[in-house]
Design a protein around this ligand. Structure first.
Ligand code: ZN
Length: 434
């Protein structure tokens, strides 16, 4: 049961053929990015890029909006087709189309996107720029990359380059977009696979190469380069990703202020030092390295998912974006998340609607902590082929856990499927060799 809109609402056609980025636009983007970055120290280093001719696929990690400027600088003077999400088109779909963008709804399977990417390579001979993590990094480390990446590269048969940004997360972490820290940015553009190598390697081997090149850990980077973040607000917002107390295990009662993160249930406090390490003010320090705390939370969610005890239900306020001109307030709805996936049940325009996304079809979840387009609070975006639903929970500080649970449910279903396949194969083999 989809949402019934008035007849004037026409969902945005994401299958549109992408346009070639005009040379003038490529220049304007490059020059504009240079101007915007004029007062921000940064370096773009190119490795193994001699003779790297377009068309090629560019994969970048994603920290903050500044990544787009650095991408424009790194790829100049090549014509680029960027893959952007529907909310990037908000109020400016024509501009996005003229810039040569390809529209995608997050974490949906989109066959027409592969067709559009192939068109960019074969007809437009351009660079296709993709952020395979599909969102800003929550903790400054590599996120899950989809297995489909290797298959797509193999199908397109083009060289692959990786643009790895460093410092952008430390400068403006996803959990605190309001305050910038003084950090120098460093991006490396590396050619990782030639067209001949793509031809020779299997999709799995290509995935392995990409994952190897895509490794990053911003807190390791900070320490290695002795980057001191002296701002007195450096821990502010950190509780959005470190939502569970490692001392009393309470979830969603963490908070942060200044240089400290603390639990409102048991009162334990930790200080973030200038090199990004945590220290308990009293008692044992459970995790000095911030990503370790984050991964511990993931392991807690994994345990609940595997035990079958994971369940989420809440009243949410829903805004949808069928076409990019305006968000539509669909009012209150119920959002549930369990081993079957996400379900939104609500009522709009005189009719009930029910949106379901199965867990095995979503390898990640689009989470926002401070969403600029609707209202600056935590929300999750659950998309289907022709619509996106931005859900604002009533419960506080729960969206990071939803994102972990999405990833863990996907992994669990994938493992189950592989087990079943193996069993079937064994059965067939047993029949063939009695
Ligand atoms: Zn606690």
């Amino acid at each position: 049961m989809e949402v019934k809109y008035s007849k004037w609402v026409k969902p945005y056609d994401t299958t549109k053929k992408p346009l070639r980025q005009a040379k003038l636009f490529t220049f304007i983007l490059w020059a504009g990015s240079k101007v915007i970055m004029a007062f921000q120290p940064y370096k773009v280093e190119k490795i193994n890029m001699e003779g790297f001719e377009r068309p090629y696929l560019l994969l970048s990690n994603h920290h903050y909006f500044v990544d787009f400027y650095l991408n424009a600088i790194a790829t100049y003077p090549n014509s680029v087709n960027n893959i952007a999400t529907i909310d990037g088109y908000y109020r400016r779909p024509f501009l996005m189309e003229w810039l040569g963008c390809l529209c995608k709804r997050k974490f949906t399977t989109d066959i027409s996107l592969v067709r559009s990417i192939k068109y960019c390579f074969e007809e437009l001979k351009s660079v296709v720029s993709l952020y395979p993590e599909a969102r800003y990094t929550p903790i400054g480390t590599t996120a899950i990359l989809p297995d489909s990446l290797g298959k797509m590269v193999k199908m397109c048969g083009v060289p692959v380059a990786v643009l790895l940004h460093h410092g952008n997360y430390l400068h403006t972490p996803f959990w605190d977009h309001d305050h910038a820290r003084k950090v120098k940015l460093h991006s490396t553009l590396t050619g990782i696979l030639t067209a001949e190598e793509v031809k020779k390697l299997s999709a799995d081997e290509i995935n392995e190469k990409i994952r190897e090149a895509f490794y990053y850990n911003e807190y390791e980077w900070q320490k290695k380069n002795n980057i001191r973040i002296t701002e007195p607000f450096r821990a502010q917002g950190l509780h959005k990703v470190l939502y569970q107390c490692p001392h009393c295990k309470t979830e969603s009662r963490m908070n942060s202020k200044g240089t400290e993160i603390f639990c409102e249930a048991c009162g334990k406090r930790w200080e973030m030092d200038e090199l990004g390490e945590l220290h308990a003010l009293e008692g044992e320090t459970e995790f000095t390295h911030i990503p370790d705390w984050f991964e511990w939370e993931r392991s807690e969610v994994r345990r609940q998912v595997r035990e079958g005890s994971y369940h989420f239900e809440d009243e949410v306020e829903v805004y949808s974006l069928p076409e990019p001109w305006r968000f539509r307030n669909l009012g209150k709805a119920t959002l549930t998340h369990d081993e079957t996936g996400f379900t939104i049940k609500g009522h709009y325009n005189g009719e009930d609607y029910c949106i379901h996304r199965p867990a095995q079809g979503m390898y990640g979840l689009h989470v926002e902590y401070d969403y600029v387009y609707i209202k600056p609070c935590d929300c999750v975006d659950i998309s289907i082929e022709n619509d996106s639903f931005y859900c604002y929970p009533t419960l506080q500080n729960v969206v990071t856990k939803l994102s972990f649970a999405t990833e863990e449910l996907f992994i669990m279903h994938k493992e189950k499927m592989q087990e079943e396949k193996l069993k079937k194969r064994q059965k067939l083999a047993a029949k063939g060799n009695p």
